[in-house]
Design a protein around this ligand. Structure first.
Ligand code: COA
Length: 367
């Protein structure tokens, strides 16, 4: 029997920071209102040339470096994202090319802010079944590109960033222990980007009406979130056969401090058992949980052997929780040099494009 261990982690956020004071100049709001209602003080916003894939690639290199895993060892890349580069191709394929992960399959997973948990569970199941050995899971977002910066109901909430985990197979017990994944599509309209898909293709009218931006019923989403965070945590713990008292950290989706406080009350846990960093990043959707985990690992709060619950909710509606025992790298001595692999990935990609171009010339002449 195989277990799926989390052996590498990495995060990336854009340099540019947008504070509540900056937002005060853009819409009718105030720092006091935003902090009181959401807990958010600032968020990172992608600059020109940055996108979900570029942030995802940065996070992925860090995760590979920590794990000591070469891109060529990856069997699969799953990118959970709500702000993909395109409707297709998948953002995961762009990340695969930039990493030069020649053997890896790659696909995107769309479960909104629950996406990172769903993707981890898919990766873990593939590893546990014995089908795959090494999987990269990325959560990458540039929600700022889908945000209506004149809508104060939504523009205060979201931020950009990416996080990545490497999962590896081992016969040693540990790693991902259980997960629950849930959905309720009857609430699909509560949080959506209404136009730009096949249901309502982008037209001049849809753009004029701002239907390519995030639309949200904040109060309803809030109510739903407070209902599911605690119960999903309990379900995942029951599936793992673990008591809440054995859990060192709860890492919740970083959407709103009041939602996290409600979950803490439901679970009868003090807030200091929760990893919270939303005041500096806002809601980064699929990146929010890995961003919080990375910080807590790097400052020493999360240690190997610690049991964690990751719990999220999002558009769909979707929600889920995952129980894991934190592993750390299999071998701290195994070093990879991302700089060299980055160079190699660039050369590989260039020659692949060149060979496709030459092939098209030859075929063109034959036809
Ligand atoms: N600044 C000042 N006032 C604002 C505001 C802003 N940025 N946004 C809304 N308001 C106003 C509203 O217009 C409303 O005024 P009204 O009573 O005159 O209509 C008032 O503040 C209260 O709005 P309400 O929506 O009840 O506030 P809230 O306490 O529910 O907080 C959210 C709003 C969005 C912060 C909160 O509902 C929330 O976080 N919901 C969940 C959203 C979420 O997590 N989405 C992502 C899911 S992954």
């Amino acid at each position: 029997m195989y277990y799926a261990h989390i052996t590498g982690w990495g995060c990336a956020v854009p340099e540019k920071v947008l504070t509540n004071a900056d937002l005060e100049k853009m819409v009718e709001t105030s720092d006091a209102w935003i902090v009181e209602r959401s807990g958010i003080r600032e968020r990172h916003i992608a600059g020109e040339g940055e996108s979900s894939a570029t942030l995802g690639v940065q996070a992925a290199w860090k995760a590979l470096e920590v794990a000591g895993v070469r891109p060529s060892e990856l069997d699969l890349i799953i990118c959970a994202t709500s702000s993909p580069e395109h409707i297709f191709p998948a953002t995961a394929c762009i990340i695969q090319d930039k990493l030069g992960a020649a053997r890896a399959g790659a696909f995107d997973l769309s479960a909104a802010c629950s996406g990172f948990i769903f993707a981890l569970q898919m990766a873990a199941q593939a590893i546990r079944s014995g089908a795959l050995k090494t999987v990269l899971v990325v959560g990458a977002e540039t929600l700022s590109r889908l945000t209506n910066w004149s809508d104060r109901n939504t523009c205060i909430l979201f931020g950009d960033g990416a996080g990545a985990f490497v999962l590896q197979a081992s016969r040693q017990p540990g790693g991902v222990l259980s997960a629950v994944m849930r959905a309720d599509g009857s609430g699909a309209s509560l949080l959506s980007v209404p136009a730009g898909g096949s249901r309502q293709p982008a037209t001049e009218e849809t753009v004029k009406a701002g239907m390519h931006f995030i639309h949200m019923d904040g109060r309803e989403v809030f109510r739903f979130a407070t209902r599911v965070m605690g119960s999903a945590t309990q379900e995942a713990l029951a599936a793992a056969g673990i008591d809440l008292a054995e859990v060192r950290w709860i890492v919740p989706h970083q959407a709103n401090a009041r939602i996290i406080e409600a979950a803490a009350r439901f679970l009868k846990l003090p807030l200091d058992r929760f990893v919270v960093n939303l005041e500096r990043y806002g809601n980064t959707s699929t990146a929010s949980i890995p961003l919080a985990v990375c910080e807590a690992v790097e400052d020493g709060r999360i240690q190997p052997g610690d049991r964690l619950v990751l719990v999220a909710f999002g558009a769909g509606l979707t929600w889920g929780a995952l129980v894991a025992e934190w592993s750390g790298p299999f071998s701290a001595e195994r070093r990879i040099r991302p700089g060299l692999y980055r160079l190699w990935a660039g050369i590989r990609s260039f020659f692949r494009r060149l060979s496709r171009f030459l092939e098209s010339l030859v075929w063109g002449r034959k036809a």
